[in-house]
Design a protein around this ligand. Structure first.
Ligand code: MG
Length: 304
């Protein structure tokens, strides 16, 4: 593809968010469903999930790709907490875990009201240490990326776990299939994707925005962006509050006012993104079989 053709400019603001002489590179192409990319700033590498292959991968600059963890309990979404510990959603064990520095796993959430979770999908950590995750049933619908099983919960919820207090609360219960999540840079807003269209052509394919109250209670929940083609799976926010989301044709960038600014076209269905690199100005994109990367003009807001 000629230089620059991956970028589609819909709003002139997208010019400053991209680098005209940068291009999309494919770093790896051996996955079945690449998801959950997370940047390790201290190690200088990217870790991501390859759920159907029950493994996690790692890309190290100048070295290449190795298997980070196998078996991975069919891990999906990943993030890091404020201490830099990896926090992961596991389909196979239907739980959210934290990887301690010595490699042992600590269970953060596994059951709600005594019943097993569906299959935690994506996760973020707030600056107060609380762990927010979505719990659609994708991982128990078949044996492809988990183990086929009946739902034990009455719905697909968004949860907030507080590891310090040992609590687990439902913060949103009106989603068809909640998926990616991200806070605005000041954490006053929580964005949550609903990818219900994946199994119902009339289902939602949008991102909603909630106001986050002092005690962690959510209000509002308006539709922030309708994503098409495809659906919003995972996304990240930059320091200016722009939302960079996966979509059927690549990455879509939305301004805080909800305007679609532009796209980065990726040749495979895109699942998720994360910002990385020493200056957090490099987008890493998981898309079906592959990990892609492109330098952008924006800076990722997530820490560490
Ligand atoms: Mg997801």
């Amino acid at each position: 593809m000629p230089l620059g053709e991956e970028f589609e400019f819909i709003d002139r603001r997208f010019r400053d968010l991209t680098v005209p002489i940068a291009w999309v590179e494919r770093l790896f192409d051996g996955c079945r469903w690449a998801e959950g990319p997370v940047w390790f700033a201290d190690g200088g590498y990217v870790v991501w999930s390859d759920a159907p292959n029950n493994r996690m991968m790692r890309w190290i600059p100048e070295c290449g790709v190795d298997v980070f963890r196998a078996a991975s309990n069919f891990t999906n979404g990943n993030t890091r907490d404020r201490e830099g510990r990896l926090v992961s959603c596991e389909h196979g064990t239907r739980r959210v875990t934290r990887t301690e520095p010595d490699g042992t796993l600590t269970v953060i959430a596994e059951r709600y009201k005594g019943r097993r979770l569906n299959s935690p999908n994506d996760v973020i950590v707030k600056s107060d240490g609380t762990v927010w995750f979505s719990d659609p049933n994708y991982g128990i619908m078949s044996n492809y990326e988990g183990f086929k099983a009946e739902m034990e919960q009455d719905g697909c919820y968004v949860f907030r776990a507080d590891p310090a207090r040992g609590t687990l609360d439902v913060v949103a219960d009106d989603f068809v299939k909640p998926n990616g999540l991200a806070f605005s840079p000041d954490e006053s807003l929580l964005y949550v994707a609903d990818s219900g269209v994946s199994h119902d052509p009339d289902g939602p394919h949008h991102i909603r925005a909630f106001r986050v109250g002092k005690t962690g209670k959510l209000s509002g929940g308006r539709v922030f962006a309708e994503v098409s083609p495809g659906l919003p799976d995972g996304f990240r926010v930059d320091t200016d509050g722009n939302v960079w989301t996966s979509a059927g044709d690549g990455v879509h960038c939305y301004a805080p006012d909800g305007a679609l600014l532009g796209k980065i076209h990726i040749p495979e269905t895109t699942a998720n993104v994360t910002f990385g690199g020493p200056r957090r100005n490099r987008l890493f994109i998981t898309a079906t079989t592959s990990l892609y990367t492109v330098f952008v003009g924006a800076t990722g807001a997530q820490r560490p």
